[in-house]
Design a protein around this ligand. Structure first.
Ligand code: ZN
Length: 341
């Protein structure tokens, strides 16, 4: 899939260590407690201080590793800002702890901050109700749904305190770090208002989850927006990155840094196009979203967490096709949606 990308680094930094990837830009890794084993985080030198980009999940292991980095790798200089690319727990989970520790602001887009706060404030019972309604419509069996709602709670625990205040980042923000300007690229579809940071002078982009080299970022229809079309929004967001040089060094949140950004965008678009075709082919007779998911992921053994992700992703493709007029949706006798071409 990615034979056409160029990966300039042969190894990632060890836990608690940092690795220089460009002038003043350092790479570190934190462990993750799910099938994706690591998240890449970035430490940017800013004259007499440091800027942290993304945080890792909220647990003792991650805060312990941060402490190790503070003790060994900051050259006695403080952290002056914490930036979060978006609201997912691996990116923002420890933001409360980090901003408290250094008494600094969290820099983030408005929608991402609000989404993260909403996650903290949402009541378990309301979420359960919403889930039952949503997954019922998608044709998920009741017993599977019970197990899935437990996973939802597990996710919530990976977010610690989300700071009560924030510093707003927008598409117009020119962020000065170490005398260099970083431009913000807003992406949709993976999360509400994801920020990637591009420094033309260094020819480096901190891609977050928008520009991963091998896996494709999760693009899911959420239960809060059951008629959403996030895949269209994601694909539309990708187009802007063609405006950046193909040679740029992409720093993704997972896997390894790479070059050949344009090739990667082409691959992502092709991947989704192919997935859509599989769905259209399978819908000569009407099917529920759950049935389509089983066809799309027939080659993989899925645990409950995977099913939740797979289903969200399948529905994102289904909705793209529905809004393109290639699939039609109707409610069956049980009240679930079925799709037919
Ligand atoms: Zn994410």
């Amino acid at each position: 899939m990615t034979v056409n990308l160029n990966f300039p680094f042969s190894s990632a930094p060890e836990a608690g260590e940092i690795k220089k990837v460009a002038d003043g830009v350092f790479w570190l890794r934190m462990p993750l407690p799910f099938s994706l084993k690591h998240i890449n985080l970035w430490l940017l030198e800013d004259h007499d201080s440091w800027v942290i980009v993304d945080t890792g999940v909220c647990n003792d292991e991650t805060s312990g590793l941060w402490q190790q980095i503070f003790d060994n790798h900051l050259d006695g200089k403080p952290v002056s800002r914490v930036i979060a690319t978006h609201c997912h727990p691996d990116h923002i989970g420890l933001a409360g702890w980090l901003t408290d520790y250094w008494d600094v602001e969290l820099w983030i887009t408005q929608s991402e901050w609000q989404q993260a706060r909403l996650g903290v404030l949402s009541e378990r019972e309301t979420v359960k109700l919403l889930m039952a309604q949503h997954y019922d419509r998608l044709g998920v069996p009741k017993e599977a749904l019970k197990r899935m709602s437990r996973i939802q709670g597990y996710f919530k625990n990976m977010n610690g305190d989300i700071p009560l205040t924030y510093h707003r980042v927008t598409a117009d923000s020119q962020i000065m770090i170490n005398g260099r300007s970083w431009q913000v690229f807003i992406g949709h579809g993976h999360s509400p208002e994801h920020a990637s940071y591009y420094c033309e002078e260094l020819d480096v982009i901190i891609g977050g989850d928008m520009l991963l080299p091998k896996i494709t970022p999760a693009v899911s229809v959420s239960m809060e927006e059951p008629n959403g079309n996030p895949l269209q929004r994601f694909l539309d967001s990708l187009e802007q990155f063609y405006g950046i040089s193909d040679k740029v060094l992409v720093l993704p949140s997972h896997e390894m840094p790479y070059h050949n950004l344009h090739t990667r965008i082409d691959e992502l678009k092709l991947h989704h196009k192919n997935r859509c075709q599989v769905i259209v082919d399978s819908c000569e007779e009407s099917k529920t979203a759950m049935e389509i998911t089983e066809i799309m992921f027939a080659h993989r053994q899925l645990n409950d967490f995977d099913i939740l992700m797979a289903l969200g992703e399948a529905v994102a493709h289904i909705h793209l096709l529905m809004y393109q007029g290639r699939l039609k949706r109707f409610a069956n006798a049980q009240g679930s949606w079925e799709f037919i071409r």
